[in-house]
Ligand binder design. Structure first.
Ligand SMILES: *[C@@H]1O[C@H](CO)[C@@H](O)[C@H](O)[C@H]1NC(C)=O
Ligand SMILES: *[C@@H]1O[C@H](CO)[C@@H](O)[C@H](O)[C@H]1NC(C)=O
Length: 114
């Protein structure tokens, strides 16, 4: 029965796929601006798209493995022409851990109004 026990333990360590998204009431907090800036930094490094954070509009958080997924709606200014757009990103990370353990799950521009 050892393999059954092992797989049961492995399954127990993975949160359910249906872990709820919990709205962030304080999306303007320093921590969420840091998370947003991390996403923009990766965007610059990988896609050479240079965006400066204007502010975090709203967000929600979901338990995911050892950390959390952060889904953030943000406004950012294109460094080449100053145009401000809205962007939606999902970032995974463990609060308090180093940058290299974080990762951008998704990033996309969204319509200016939604
Ligand atoms: C995020 O980036 C903006 C623009 O690059 C910068 O002004 C701000 O200090 C950064 N905020 C944090 C919390 O890192
Ligand atoms: C949450 O994070 C995990 C781990 O990075 C990722 O595989 C998954 O796609 C994320 N979930 C959502 C809904 O983005």
């Amino acid at each position: 029965t050892a393999p059954v026990t092992a797989s049961a333990a492995a399954v127990a360590s993975v949160p359910p796929a249906s872990a709820p998204w919990v709205p962030i009431p304080n999306a303007e907090d320093f921590f969420f601006r840091q998370v947003a800036n991390f996403s923009l930094l990766i965007r610059a490094l990988v896609f050479r798209e240079y965006l400066d954070l204007v502010h975090v509009v709203s967000g929600s958080v979901q338990a995911a493995g050892a950390g959390n997924n952060y889904s953030l709606l943000l406004r950012a200014a294109d460094r080449t022409n100053g145009a401000v757009g809205r962007y939606q990103t999902v970032v995974w990370g463990v609060p308090g851990s180093r940058d290299w353990t974080w990762k951008v799950v998704s990033f996309q521009r969204v319509a200016d109004k939604n």
